[in-house]
Design a protein around this ligand. Structure first.
Ligand SMILES: CC(C)(COP(=O)(O)OP(=O)(O)OC[C@H]1O[C@@H](n2cnc3c(N)ncnc32)[C@H](O)[C@@H]1OP(=O)(O)O)[C@@H](O)C(=O)NCCC(=O)NCCS
Length: 177
């Protein structure tokens, strides 16, 4: 069953709940008690130059509870600005009810409306292909680490130009994750 959520920008009051959601969503990949690096990453990005306030979005239930988050920050292909997508997280007790899809559609629509040419991410192609992502190599865009190739994807937007090619670089805080 689909959950009803509204998508909006994060506000100053959302940082703690975003950290909690991200910690819970990524916890299963880490030893118990360890804070997942994805949670720390968001705080580091928020404090740095790659942060784009229009592209940190939360999913809110009708009761006003924030249950999901997605982030777009400034990355580059060669010297050209593009978007880095992630982390994306939905609170485990609300997963598989469409909140993740709502966040993805919202951030891609917002990025397109802002004139961004392309969004890149590292993730499972089985999940992200439903949002129009394709392996980056189809566009002659390479991940910062060659071994990421099978999971490194891009979604081209209205302003995409074929001259956009070369190596993608994440904003600096990703290097520590
Ligand atoms: C990935 C995530 C954000 C999806 O949110 P969600 O609200 O559950 O997503 P939706 O309800 O819109 O979509 C659920 C669908 O995605 C699929 N899905 C979720 N994660 C997937 C993955 N890693 N690979 C393939 N499919 C996946 C589910 O199987 C489900 O498919 P179905 O509808 O065919 O059954 C959520 O599962 C999550 O927070 N996971 C932990 C953190 C994470 O892995 N984030 C993404 C990497 S940055």
């Amino acid at each position: 069953m689909l959950i009803r959520v509204l998508i909006r920008r994060e506000t100053a009051r959302d940082a703690d709940v975003i950290r909690a959601i991200t910690t819970a969503a990524f916890a299963s990949r880490r030893p118990p008690g360890q804070i997942p690096p994805e949670a720390r990453l968001i705080d580091e990005l928020r404090a740095g130059p790659a942060w784009l306030p229009a592209l940190s979005l939360v999913a809110v239930t009708p009761a006003g509870e924030v249950i999901g988050h997605v982030l777009g920050t400034r990355g580059h292909v060669g010297q050209d600005p593009v978007l880095a997508l992630g982390p994306l997280a939905v609170r485990p007790d609300h997963q598989r009810h469409g909140a993740g899809s709502a966040l993805m559609h919202a951030i891609l629509g917002a990025a397109d409306a802002l004139g961004e040419p392309l969004v890149a991410l590292l993730g499972d192609p089985g999940y992200y292909c439903r949002f129009g992502f394709e392996l980056s190599t189809a566009y002659q865009i390479t991940p910062p680490r060659p071994e990421w190739q099978p999971h490194f994807q891009v979604r081209v937007l209205s302003e995409y130009q074929p001259r956009l090619r070369g190596m993608f670089t994440y904003p600096e805080p990703f290097d520590r994750t």
